[in-house]
Design a binder for this molecule. Structure first.
Ligand SMILES: C[S@@+](CC[C@H](N)C(=O)[O-])C[C@H]1O[C@@H](n2cnc3c(N)ncnc32)[C@H](O)[C@@H]1O
Length: 344
């Protein structure tokens, strides 16, 4: 049994399984409650024809259940000790030819074709793996993934929720997301410090025909200070300077080409960029920007007035990003781009 003897001198005994010591640096928290494993597999709604991608199978508690239902499981595991353990576990079972085990880092692995992804992932790769899946083509049917509870809450947060953020907007642009199940820390061995939640992700198809770099530029800017009005964000000197620079570059490109510059369409390879979980990188910190905010009494023909004019036209000037819907952001981006204002 994992853990072996009880605690020695107040230190928790090392957590082991079949001689394997679990490594926190690899997010190795094994799901030990069979009822939770069963519930996750059942909520994935698998068909007997499905190819399932499992990320981080570990010792294979979920893998064995997936093999009972799916046609094939492709499991990508970083730790060679876990790969050996899972190979040992599946051999001499009827499923041995239905499991393809790949040893490697899922973030560096070219994803194979799969219908459904089911995974209890290491939480440190939550954001990049979510966007890697969502930029994979052909699209999968759904993903049922265990995340740290707070991350899951941000994924599904709606406008007006305190946790509504750039992650919520970007994920929900690409997929419908549903909270399925809360999972307490004691269902894992060793127990992590945080609670967990299982989320279902269904990719949207087709995606809105927008340039994702432009989209992300706008969303970063808006969520840099999500509780400020958009009018106040677009009055900040560094923001005005950045947008004006983009504007001039775009105009120059148009002049040089002698025609309208082609907009980049909905290219899924650009989706990976949405994974970075920080806010807009306009030079200067938020407090400094407060001081640098323009007073609004400037030259009406200035670039700042042009940008504010777009906000007014759409009725956004007094709105806050924390309360805006996906459609609001899409409409705002279209208005800015129509006025020649760009975010990349
Ligand atoms: C939270 S454990 C889940 C284990 C098992 N699926 C379960 O539910 O009991 C995460 C697993 O992902 C593996 N892992 C960590 N980083 C990984 C990566 N970058 N690529 C693939 N697997 C990874 C760990 O070695 C570990 O086995």
């Amino acid at each position: 049994m994992a853990g072996g003897k009880a605690e020695r001198k107040g230190r928790p005994a090392p957590q082991r399984f079949q001689g394997i010591q679990f490594q926190k640096s690899k997010g190795q928290h094994i799901l030990k409650n069979p009822l939770i494993v069963q519930s996750i597999v059942q909520k994935a709604g698998l068909k007997s024809t499905d190819i399932v991608l499992e990320i981080g199978p570990g010792t294979g508690n979920m893998t064995m259940k997936l093999l009972e239902v799916a046609k094939k499981v492709i499991a990508v595991e970083l730790d060679p000790r876990m790969v050996l353990e899972l190979q040992r576990r599946v051999q001499n079972t009827p499923y041995v030819n239905h499991l393809q085990l790949i040893q490697g880092d899922i973030l560096k692995t070219e994803l194979p074709y799969f219908d459904v992804c089911v995974a209890n992932i290491p939480y440190q790769i939550s954001s990049p793996i979510t966007f890697k899946l969502l930029s994979h083509r052909p699209l999968f049917r759904c993903a049922v993934i265990m995340y740290q509870k707070e991350f899951a809450q941000r994924l599904v947060a709606q406008p007006g929720d305190p946790l509504f953020c750039r992650l919520s907007v970007n994920t929900q642009l690409l997929a419908r997301v549903f909270h399925l199940l809360k999972v307490g820390k004691n269902n894992f061995r060793p127990p992590p410090k945080v609670d967990s939640s299982v989320v279902r992700i269904e990719p949207r198809t087709p995606l809105p025909p927008i340039n994702f770099k432009e989209w992300d530029g706008l969303i970063r800017l808006c969520f840099n200070r999500k509780n400020k009005t958009l009018g106040s964000i677009f009055r900040q000197k560094p923001v005005v300077a950045l947008l004006e620079k983009n504007y001039k570059t775009f105009q120059a490109l148009q002049d040089a080409s002698g025609s309208k510059v082609q907009e980049v369409g909905a290219d899924p390879s650009l989706l990976g960029d949405l994974a970075e979980d920080d806010s807009m990188e306009v030079e200067g910190d938020a407090d400094a920007m407060e001081i640098m905010e323009e007073d609004g009494s400037g030259d009406p023909s200035s670039f700042k007035e042009k940008a504010l004019g777009v906000l007014k036209q759409g009725g956004y000037e007094d709105k806050r990003s924390s309360k805006l819907t996906q459609d609001d952001f899409l409409r705002m981006l279209a208005l800015f781009n129509k006025a020649g204002i760009h975010f990349t």
